[in-house]
Design a protein around this ligand. Structure first.
Ligand SMILES: O=C(CO)COP(=O)(O)O
Ligand SMILES: O=C[C@H](O)COP(=O)(O)O
Ligand SMILES: [Zn+2]
Ligand SMILES: [Zn+2]
Length: 311
């Protein structure tokens, strides 16, 4: 099967109250680990490429690796640009064969964000490519958080409706308290579920997206630190909160940090325990296995999307 866009997979996810995992990819082992897990769970999959990944690996290499994954597995896979910040980068990825793009105009004023998203949506939709946009600002750990600061940054429900209607984008990333990276909460983890429920009620049947949704899995955080890393006090989004979010219209959950940490932990362990080893396959292989393990757990036990490839 060719690459698919996200339309069908989000429709089924919305109806089934589960979320599709969207995993950031940078190289072959990362792609293989994710795809092996999705294959075991018969899950639809979004593989996403950031501007940084695009620069590191080239979008052509990554697309060819994803094509290899489709050929080997026959899974429905969307290849998605993560955080495109201009019309030009979105156009480039669409022209390169991506099936989905994100235009992230969340730092722009509301009207400019709408205008940019609309321009990308028009170009994309003519080519059967789906578009994600973002409204609101993801939290940072420093914003440990009073309500008026939240109101200024988190997605305004009424604006979300206006944004979706006027831009025509296919999904919307919202800010309810998640943030990118390994340090998401200074105190107790907290997401603004009241806000999510309101947005979801105002946008029925509309897929929402959660960025910054890694859980910072204790096993791999500890393993990193045990084998020489210095990542003290990292904290992610608890898995039960992600399960809950999937019930309220969140159809896509983004994960990068957990992949990075799992792969790094496994590689560190080999390098420390086997100092004579210098065959890259001997550490990249375990890195790939660690990715497979955490992705399978997310698909099966957190996002609930096992079997979604068959729909
Ligand atoms: O949102 C992300 C990619 O767009 C990744 O978030 P994490 O840093 O929580 O993995
Ligand atoms: O949202 C950001 C993703 O984690 C991608 O990170 P990156 O820009 O370092 O590739
Ligand atoms: Zn993101
Ligand atoms: Zn279907």
């Amino acid at each position: 099967m060719p690459l698919v866009n996200t339309k069908e997979m989000f429709k089924h996810a919305y109806e089934g109250k589960y979320a599709i995992g969207a995993f950031n990819v940078n190289n072959m082992e990362i792609i293989q680990g994710i795809v092996a897990a999705a294959q075991k769970e018969k899950s639809a999959l979004i593989l996403q490429v950031s501007a940084g990944a695009r620069k590191y690996a080239s979008p052509i290499y990554l697309r060819k690796l994803v094509e290899a994954a489709i050929e080997e597995t026959d899974l429905p896979i969307a290849l998605h640009l993560d955080h495109g910040d201009s019309f030009e980068i979105c156009k480039q990825c669409i022209d390169d064969g991506f099936s989905s793009v994100m235009i992230d105009g969340s730092a722009l004023p509301f009207e400019e964000n709408i205008a940019l998203a609309k321009k990308v949506a028009e170009y994309a939709h003519e080519r059967n490519v789906t578009v994600e946009a973002e409204l609101g600002k993801l939290a940072g750990i420093e914003d440990d958080v009073n309500v008026s600061a939240e109101d200024a940054k988190f997605t305004d429900p009424d604006q979300a409706v206006e944004f979706v209607e006027r831009s025509g984008v296919d999904s919307l990333a919202i800010a309810i308290g998640t943030s990118h990276g390994a340090y998401k909460f200074a105190g107790e983890p907290r997401l603004d579920f009241a806000r999510l429920e309101k947005i979801s009620a105002l946008l029925p049947n509309y897929p929402l997206v959660l960025h910054g949704a890694s859980s910072v899995i204790p096993k791999y955080l500890e393993m990193c630190n045990q084998y020489g890393a210095a990542i003290p006090g990292a904290k992610g989004v608890p898995e039960d909160m992600l399960r809950e979010a999937a019930k309220w219209g969140v159809c896509k959950i983004n994960v990068d940090t957990d992949l990075r940490m799992a792969m790094t932990a496994a590689i560190r362990k080999v390098l420390v325990e086997q100092p004579a080893e210098f065959d890259p396959r001997k550490y990249l292989g375990p890195g790939r296995d660690a990715i497979e393990e955490i992705v399978q757990n997310k698909i099966k036990n957190v996002f609930g999307c096992s079997g979604s490839a068959l729909k």
